[in-house]
Design a protein. Structure first.
Length: 194
């Protein structure tokens, strides 16, 4: 059985002393709309050309499902940062769960990010994933930048994201975009079956 707690919670030390162990670390981060450098974000998006970023639509669902299934095992960090595979309903972007995709010249979906709009001025990244052959090329950063720019136009003023402390790539992307880590989490396990 796993427990997910803030890293500074007193229970963490208590659980460790009683035999639990930390099996993963994760984080939360925030970016305020007023701190977004629009010109920089546009440059980050332009830098990945000829790959193009656009908002995903209902008709993109088959490509979304294909990329989601192909990257199912690519989420590090265990319970706290696990990803539930999309299905024919959840793969269709909505106003409260918009998505943005990076497309190659031949129309292949190379990466995507889904966002949860959780209030009138707050959005939280659900997940961002890039196909293995297109990683380390700035796609995740460009996708997140595009989502933020579009959501700024909708009046969103606060952006949250998070992930596994093992995921160096997404931490670099978040840092480039100006996110500041404000939460540290630990996953603890007692080694017993659920």
């Amino acid at each position: 059985m796993d427990r997910i707690l803030r890293a500074e919670a007193p229970e963490v030390d208590q659980l460790i002393q009683s035999g639990w162990r930390i099996t993963a670390r994760s984080f939360g981060a925030q970016l305020r709309g007023e701190d977004v450098n629009v010109q920089k974000f546009e440059e980050l998006i332009a830098r990945i050309r000829p790959i193009r970023v656009r908002e995903l639509l209902a008709g993109d669902s088959p490509a979304i499902l294909e990329l989601d299934q192909a990257t199912e095992d690519d989420y590090p960090g265990g319970t706290a940062t696990s990803h539930t595979l999309l299905d024919t309903q959840t793969s269709v972007p909505t106003l409260t769960h918009p998505a943005y995709g990076a497309f190659t010249e031949d129309g292949q979906l190379a990466g995507m990010t889904f966002v949860d709009v959780v209030g009138p001025d707050l959005a939280d990244t659900d997940f961002t994933v890039v196909a293995p052959r297109y990683r380390r090329g700035g796609l995740a950063t460009a996708l997140k930048a595009a989502s933020i720019l579009q959501l700024l136009e909708r009046g969103i003023t606060t952006f949250r994201t998070g992930g596994s402390a093992e995921n160096v790539g997404i931490q670099i992307a978040n840092s480039v975009l100006g996110y500041r880590i404000d939460e540290q989490w630990v996953t603890l396990s007692n080694g017993k079956e659920r």
